[in-house]
Design a protein around this ligand. Structure first.
Ligand code: SF4
Length: 346
């Protein structure tokens, strides 16, 4: 990532409240392992410590409009007193201008009859909804306990209250198919959220999904299939002006230790695999026809060099397969417009 790229990305400092406020444990969920954090850690003083550390870090940059995020639980199911405790701990940092705003994740069936005005007044600007799928049969088979209509209504209500809305989606849940996930994406596009996250379903140790997997009742997507589905989804969402801000679960120490990942399309660079596939698809029209050259050189903007190379140079191999030419040289050249490639026959 170039310096410019980093500066353009919003700086989010996460505070995890693993499963706090969740009405029950979802079949695939293992927040403590995902986040390396246990519930008793989170109180006003630990929040202050986390934010102080973030502010002192060399990566902290007010230009990136820093935000504090409460992730890993169902924030709006907490008692009003607990919500105020957590948000109140952030307030001094908002007042000093060190952070711009707060975001949190929650369930689509935990928005109605919640104190949304209070949340706005205490500095929350973005709410991320764990919608997961917009196909009711998938939600039912995955025992999510809410419907797609809950997501539709929650997004509308949050927008009426002036929040930015993020939608989290999970391809590959029980009952899901490529076709059903594309229906989900189309329905989400109609809702016009401000951003989407894509988390392909992974089987984690100690979950109901693991049991279903062992009993052969659940079959996870293969890695290539998950990359493909996320690639398609990303293109459709971003072509409709909805940014995809995360693809794939983040790695955490505890998730990777003790073989916590039992099965599923896990890859440490999953998002990069998807982004480089999208890139390869987009540059195809700039490549010479198969057999037109024996050896070629490529010039691309500096920040697109990793994308053209792809994971372990798989991007270059793919270009060689498509053109029948050997890629001899790849050069960074910022006179080339973003998303384009200049090809020289050598
Ligand atoms: S609501 Fe979210 S955080 Fe809570 S158990 Fe379900 S997936 Fe996990």
């Amino acid at each position: 990532m170039s310096e410019t790229g980093i500066k353009n990305r919003p700086l989010i400092v996460p505070i995890f409240i693993p499963n706090e406020g969740c009405p029950y444990r979802c079949i695939y969920c293992q927040q403590e392992k995902i986040t390396s954090q246990s519930l008793q850690d989170v109180n006003a003083s630990t929040i202050a410590r986390t934010l102080d550390q973030a502010v002192q870090s060399h990566r902290f940059d007010p230009i990136r409009k820093p935000e504090v995020a409460f992730y890993g639980g169902t924030f709006t199911n907490l008692t009003t007193a607990r919500m105020k405790e957590l948000l109140g701990a952030v307030r001094p940092y908002l007042q000093k201008g060190l952070f711009n705003s707060i975001r949190f994740s929650t369930r689509p069936d935990s928005i109605h009859n919640k104190p949304l005005d209070m949340l706005r007044n205490m500095g929350v600007s973005t709410v991320e909804l764990g919608a997961q799928s917009m196909v009711d049969e998938v939600l039912k088979q995955s025992r999510r306990g809410h419907t797609s209509q809950d997501t539709v209504e929650s997004v509308q209500l949050l927008k009426e209250f002036g929040f930015k809305v993020g939608v989290q989606l999970m391809p590959g849940l029980p009952g899901d198919t490529q076709e059903r996930f594309m229906q989900t994406v189309q329905k989400v596009i109609r809702l016009r959220p401000d951003m989407v996250r894509l988390y392909p379903t992974i089987v984690l140790k100690g979950t109901v999904l693991e049991k279903w997997f062992q009993e052969k009742r659940y079959h996870p997507m293969p890695l290539a299939g998950a990359v493909k589905i996320c690639q398609e989804s990303c293109i459709r969402l971003e072509d409709n002006g909805i940014p995809v801000i995360r693809i794939g679960l983040m790695s955490s120490k505890t998730l990777l230790e003790d073989n916590q990942i039992v099965a599923g399309p896990w890859h440490k660079a999953f998002g990069f695999l998807v982004r480089s596939e999208i890139y390869q698809q987009r540059i195809e029209s700039y490549l010479p026809e198969w057999g037109a050259a024996a050896e070629i050189g490529l010039r691309v903007p500096h920040k697109e060099l990793p994308l053209v190379r792809g994971y372990k140079n798989r991007g270059l191999r793919s270009i060689e397969e498509k053109t029948g030419a050997k890629v001899i040289k790849v050069t960074g050249d910022d006179t080339v417009p973003p998303g384009q490639v200049v090809v020289n026959s050598l």
